[in-house]
Design a protein around this ligand. Structure first.
Ligand code: RB5
Length: 150
């Protein structure tokens, strides 16, 4: 499994904590920035990480900003990205099981590092259930095609 992880300045410290957690589990990742707590714009980093997911160079994306909201709004503009903002493990479980989410967003000013680790683990360890949920994912993709004319 390979991840693409990114944050803005607001999410930088939590991104570094999540990288440490991933390393401890030998989970590979590409760090798409940012590299400090200097002010920057979250769409730039969301796009970089989601591009790797789109291109199949990463299985999942992990995006962190202050609230997680800017990252999730940006990520969900991109074709084929299903980004879920999670602040607890129940949503992390079911967004994988039912929505086949391929990007996890978290808010560093909302969620502490300990809970964020649990959310990340739940997200990565839960498979998509398919079945009736695949039909709904297909409908999302159809809306995306109509919307973007792709
Ligand atoms: C940056 O101050 C903050 O707006 C950003 O991290 C994020 O919360 C946006 O959604």
């Amino acid at each position: 499994m390979k991840l693409a992880i990114a944050s803005d300045h607001g999410g930088y410290a939590l991104k570094e904590a999540m990288k440490k957690h991933l390393k401890s589990q030998n989970i590979a990742f590409v760090d798409c920035g940012t590299d400090s707590e200097d002010s920057c714009d979250y769409p730039d980093f969301a796009e970089k990480a989601c591009r790797l997911v789109q291109q199949g160079e990463a299985d999942f994306g992990v995006l962190i900003c202050g609230t997680g909201i800017g990252m999730s709004i940006t990520a969900n503009k991109m074709n084929g990205i299903r980004a879920a903002l999670c602040g607890e493990t129940f949503s992390a479980h079911f967004t994988r099981a039912h929505n086949d989410a391929n990007v996890l967003c978290m808010g560093a000013r909302v969620t502490g590092a300990g809970l964020a680790e649990m959310i990340l683990d739940e997200f990565l360890n839960t498979p998509f259930e398919g079945g009736r949920h695949q039909r709904r994912i297909d409908k999302i993709a159809e809306i995306e095609r109509r919307e973007h004319h792709v």
